[in-house]
Design a binder for this molecule. Sequence first.
Ligand SMILES: [Cu+2]
Length: 246
Amino acid sequence: MRLSPCLSLALASGLASAVLAAPAAAAPADVNVGQGGDKFAPPDVTVNVGDAVTWHWVGGTHNVHWTSNPGGVKDSPFQSKGATFSQTFATTGTYSYVCTAHSGMKGTVTVVDAPAPAPAPAPAPAPAPDPAPADSTPQPVSGPEPAPSTSSPAVDAAAPTLGRVAFRRSALRLRLSEDAKLVVRYARVGKRAHAVGRRTLRAHKGLNTISVRRWMHPGRYRVSIVAVDAAGNASQPARLKLTVRR
Ligand SMILES: [Cu+2]
């Protein structure tokens, strides 16, 4: 069958407008945390500069800790199901992140310039930016100036270390190199069900003795402990097997 000239013209123009509408701009993105295991889903997202990414915790206990962070965005705390974390990206670049409790749990956020509203047919080389206008001298500030943040605190990049981890008389004993939050994960040995318990505790620099009787029933357990300091640096996990007695 032959199309009438009129119909084929309509089809052609429909096609043309579909192609023109095609370049989809990156949009704000959502990432599920702990979906299908210790994963970020999707692991890699792309947003326009100025857009936000929102992480939604759907399972497990995880955090978002930046390992490549051109815009200096914040880490999330460790959170669990139902929690969210939103971050707006004001600087282009590739941002990489991990969950500090689960090696292999990683993602990236790629932040790109927003597409120009009307792409120019032949982009001319960008002219040098104009010098600042003469009237841009600082305005006098009325009222007291905000105090500068007290001698910008040094960035804490050192992860805490866990030492002398032991279990005696229903208590975990361990030595910490600095004050930290302990994320204790424990699973019953020999149980088929993948029931992993988790406890977050505050601990201090030096020796700590932590009774587990109130939250661990008698039984044999595999335990992993990660110390996370106030800056979000996480220690290597300490692992041990222990038996909580009646
Ligand atoms: Cu995790």
